[in-house]
Design a protein around this ligand. Structure first.
Ligand SMILES: *[C@@H]1O[C@H](CO)[C@@H](O)[C@H](O)[C@H]1NC(C)=O
Ligand SMILES: *[C@@H]1O[C@H](CO)[C@@H](O)[C@H](O)[C@H]1NC(C)=O
Length: 198
């Protein structure tokens, strides 16, 4: 009899302890959620946006299956964040035509302040770049048609700064696909929005 009652006492003590542990756990999860929500509300991070505002080719010369050309791009980087600035530590740029890389370059590091639009004027060159036969054929057609479709791809190492805190470096891919470039400067151009992802 006495043994039974001490057993049930032990059991109820154990279940009380379990209930307490559960309550503490739920409380912690709730608190963590609240902290995340407050941080998010305060920072309200906005996605970085990129667009191509102009694109044209100059110094174009096609000979056999080799091409010389300069690809000029006016790219805008939009940082709409009120409290976050962006450090571009390094960036590689490349131009693709018909799924072939025709020119590459790097962008000098720069810091983008909060709520800022930065204009980037990129000039990439093809120097005697070899093209596939298919690319040569379509390039000839596009030359007569008056515009050329290019892909501009940027791979950047970025950090974010919020007050005194700086994030770690992250690799961001900015793809501006199917940019319809002109064969000369100063012609009308349809703005192209880019996809940015980590
Ligand atoms: C490109 O330019 C280089 C030197 O500037 C020249 O040697 C080469 O033949 C040119 N290639 C084409 C395809 O015009
Ligand atoms: C954006 O930041 C750059 C670099 O600090 C500055 O040169 C430019 O004037 C700024 N643009 C705007 C629209 O604030």
């Amino acid at each position: 009899m006495a043994k039974d009652s001490s057993n049930s006492q032990l059991q109820s003590a154990r279940s009380r302890l379990m209930r307490l542990a559960l309550m503490v756990l739920v409380g912690l999860i709730f608190l963590l959620g609240l902290v995340v929500l407050i941080v998010w509300l305060v920072l309200h991070p906005k996605k970085l946006q990129y667009s191509v505002e102009d694109a044209y080719i100059t110094d174009y010369h096609l000979s056999g299956n080799h091409v010389n050309a300069t690809y000029n791009f006016h790219v805008q980087a939009h940082n709409k964040n009120k409290r976050i600035s962006v450090y571009y530590d390094s960036a590689e740029v490349r131009v693709e035509y018909d799924e072939q890389i025709v020119a590459t370059d790097v962008i000098d590091p720069f810091i983008q302040p909060k709520r800022n639009v930065t204009d980037l004027y990129l000039k990439l060159e093809s120097k005697d770049a070899a093209l596939s036969r298919h690319a040569v054929r379509t390039l000839r057609l596009e030359r007569t048609a008056g515009s050329v479709q290019l892909d501009l791809k940027i791979k950047a190492r970025v950090r974010f700064r919020l007050g005194a805190w700086k994030s770690k470096d992250r690799t961001m891919k900015i793809y501006c696909n199917q940019v319809v470039a002109n064969w000369a400067a100063g012609r009308s151009f349809e703005r192209k929005h880019c996809d940015a992802s980590f």
